[in-house]
Design a protein around this ligand. Structure first.
Ligand SMILES: [Zn+2]
Length: 439
């Protein structure tokens, strides 16, 4: 930690204090650059004053009050904590469709906690879980344990399961008919079963509903170009969730599936591979958010990691460049795009998640808009932009620092130097400090 202090003794003392007491202190964090999540330009030589769990004020570096402790990150950029809008912390690689049957929900909660903590240590202060491979509700239990301050972890929101039709992208479609397995998704057919599934999701802590409107790329035996949900089922899903004030996220590849889901009133489209001009104008009209999740496709393409490897490669590789040009069209038309990695389940290096920023820039977003997609726009999608997603006095102090200027080298987001969540320092690499190694 670089510290503005008069002597070594004070520096040592501060270092000790910072390890145990910063979460409730009034302190300053400063660096050469700042992205506040709202301004168009990079700002310089500012300091953020943090009080408790909130941002108190932004002042000039030269005007930091003398009586408070200072974390000086030097030639780095301070920016809002990252918001991962699409993640499955419990899934991992090739056998994700049956892995949920191989371990208890309790074990899943333990490995899931490790995954969430790894994501937080890499700057993802908020995670939206988009359904997960667990028969029960491990992510909701992890969230409860974090909220109750039993463990340090990211702010978690999202759905316990993805709701799929029989034979859809959330079903297991490669076993014999004699098997009666619990699928990785929650299987529901017809408006009544879907309504019941949604009520159960909400009952056990989901604050989003995730529906598999079309087939998927990485699951065996279904087709991403087919629409799974009927219009009646879609309307039942959105209307039921709406009655409980819960937003719906729609996994949708096929154009008709995207369009029907947007018209039905879902809040976000996940993946949206075959997004058309009509889809784009519908999304602008309805204010639907778009979570493309591009990098996960690059990660798995041409690998040997998936049971449905051939199917995935056929769809993904043949359409990647056209898809990216449609994402650019959506961006230029004003569709609100957010960052979802869809990749960093258990056992995956969490630094890979931030590569989604690079693919969004490849698709045509400016680096600043890509950063906003992973911060303030993500907060807006969650309905939390009044208290999260930008560095504004009064908002929660979720702040990271990355090396140099990320607008010139976006890969700096892969390894943040400093992570602060709710005013508490989680990681400070300059000081070799990690809250996870405190005890
Ligand atoms: Zn996903």
């Amino acid at each position: 930690m670089l510290i503005i202090k008069k002597n070594i003794f004070a520096a040592l003392l501060f270092s000790i204090i910072s390890h145990c007491a910063l979460s409730t202190e009034h302190y300053a964090v400063t660096a050469d650059h700042l992205i506040d999540g709202e301004s168009k330009e990079l700002q310089h030589n500012l300091a953020i004053i943090i009080s408790g769990n909130k941002i108190d004020s932004i002042v000039k570096k030269s005007s930091i009050p003398e009586n408070i402790d200072v974390i000086d990150m030097g030639n780095a950029t301070l920016m809002p904590g990252l918001i991962n809008a699409h993640e499955h912390p419990l899934l991992h690689e090739n056998d994700y469709q049956t892995a949920h049957l191989k371990s208890s929900s309790a074990y899943k909660a333990l490995i899931g906690l490790k995954t969430h903590q790894g994501l937080l240590a890499h700057g993802w202060t908020t995670i939206r879980v988009m359904g997960d491979g667990d028969v029960f509700y491990a992510n909701q239990d992890i969230k409860k344990a974090i909220d109750n301050k039993i463990f340090v972890g990211p702010r978690i929101t999202g759905a316990a399961h993805y709701i799929s039709i029989t034979g859809g992208g959330g079903d297991i479609n490669y076993m014999s008919p004699e098997q009666n397995l619990i699928a990785d998704g929650l299987i529901a057919d017809g408006p009544q079963e879907i309504i019941k599934a949604i009520r159960k999701e909400i009952k056990y802590g989901s604050d989003w509903i995730k529906i598999m409107v079309t087939g998927a790329f990485m699951s065996v035996g279904d087709n991403p170009e087919n629409v799974s949900f009927s219009p009646e089922e879609l309307h039942a899903a959105v209307n039921e969730a709406k009655r409980h004030n819960i937003p719906v996220a729609a996994h949708a590849h096929a154009t008709d599936g995207i369009n029907q889901a947007v018209k039905a009133g879902v809040r976000s489209i996940e993946h949206g591979t075959y997004i058309s001009d009509e889809s784009i104008s519908l999304m602008v009209k309805h204010g639907t958010f778009y979570v493309p999740t591009i990098y996960v496709g690059d990660y798995y393409a041409n690998s040997d990691k998936l049971l449905a490897q051939e199917k995935n490669d056929d769809y993904y590789l043949s359409y990647r460049s056209e898809w990216l040009s449609m994402i650019e069209k959506a961006y230029r038309a004003g569709v609100k795009i957010t960052v979802g990695s869809d990749l960093c389940g258990y056992g995956i290096n969490p630094s890979l998640c931030a590569r989604e920023f690079a693919t969004l820039i490849e698709a045509g977003m400016t680096p600043m808009d890509a950063v906003k997609a992973g911060t303030i726009v993500g907060a807006e999608m969650l309905g939390w932009d009044d208290h999260l997603g930008s560095i504004i006095p009064g908002k929660l102090a979720d702040i990271i620092a990355v090396k140099g200027n990320p607008l010139e080298d976006i890969s700096s987001l892969e390894k943040p130097l400093l992570v602060i969540k709710d005013g508490e320092v989680v990681i400070n690499k300059i000081d070799s400090y990690s809250v996870f190694e405190k005890n």
